[in-house]
Design a protein around this ligand. Structure first.
Ligand SMILES: [Zn+2]
Ligand SMILES: [Zn+2]
Length: 106
């Protein structure tokens, strides 16, 4: 099955030193770049997120919701679903974490 090219590539960048994820603030060896405002909308502001945080954002929310409501780190941190996710992820070590796809994406 062929997948459509993703608008926001989740290709992780490897670091020599642990880097802090902007959202969950865990120290991780890989980060991915999340455009708070999608490039297609002229956004330039980029944050470094760990892989599970990034996957979670795009699994919980559509690009539209991210753009309209969640285009700042503060807004993301206050979103109830993210608050719940963060309290869980902060207890997880830096390892591969499976993020379930959601059907009720908004
Ligand atoms: Zn994170
Ligand atoms: Zn992203």
């Amino acid at each position: 099955m062929k997948r459509r090219a993703q608008q926001t590539p989740l290709l992780p960048r490897e670091h020599d030193q642990p880097t802090r994820c902007t959202l969950c603030e865990r120290e991780v060896m890989q980060t991915t770049r999340h455009h708070l405002i999608p490039r297609s909308e002229g956004g330039l502001e980029v944050v470094d997120l760990c892989v599970p945080c990034h996957k979670t954002l795009h699994s919980f929310f559509s690009n539209r919701t991210l753009l309209d409501e969640l285009h700042t780190v503060d807004a993301l941190r206050q979103e109830p679903e993210i608050v719940r996710y963060l309290s869980w992820i902060r207890k997880q070590p830096d390892r591969v974490i499976r993020v379930a796809r959601r059907k009720d994406k908004r």
